[in-house]
Write a protein that binds this ligand. Structure first.
Ligand code: SF4
Ligand code: F3S
Length: 110
């Protein structure tokens, strides 16, 4: 099992999850993070840290799509180990539906 980042992270990107992950398995895109399912140890520490509730367990009903996304982009985006700047307008994007279709950016953070 693994935990997964969903589209609720897009343009919110608070990165509090990164601060608690004991195995540094978050990877950073330009406007969201993903988890490497092969590295996640299912500790659950990140789940309560995310204000926008973007993180789910992979047994969640909606997990299939997000497992594919996290698997694909954790292979191409760089690891993030420290919290960086949070987007100034992060709160404006919390709770917006269909953020993947509207705002997903496949570019790596750097
Ligand atoms: Fe990291 Fe634990 Fe969250 Fe997995 S469940 S991403 S190991 S903090
Ligand atoms: Fe994204 Fe939540 Fe982490 S918004 S960066 S999954 S704390």
């Amino acid at each position: 099992m693994t935990y997964l980042v969903t589209e609720a992270c897009i343009r919110c990107k608070h990165q509090d999850c990164v601060q608690v992950c004991p195995v540094d398995c978050f990877h950073e895109g330009r406007n969201m993070l993903v988890i490497d399912p092969e590295e996640c140890i299912d500790c659950g520490l990140c789940l309560p840290e995310c204000g926008p509730k973007a993180i789910i367990e992979d047994d969640d009903d909606a997990s299939g799509r997000w497992l594919a996304l996290n698997t694909e982009y954790s292979q191409v985006w760089p690891v993030i180990t420290d919290k960086g700047d949070v987007p100034a307008d992060a709160d404006d994007y919390e709770g917006i539906p269909d953020k993947f279709d509207k705002f997903f950016d496949p570019a790596p953070a750097r």
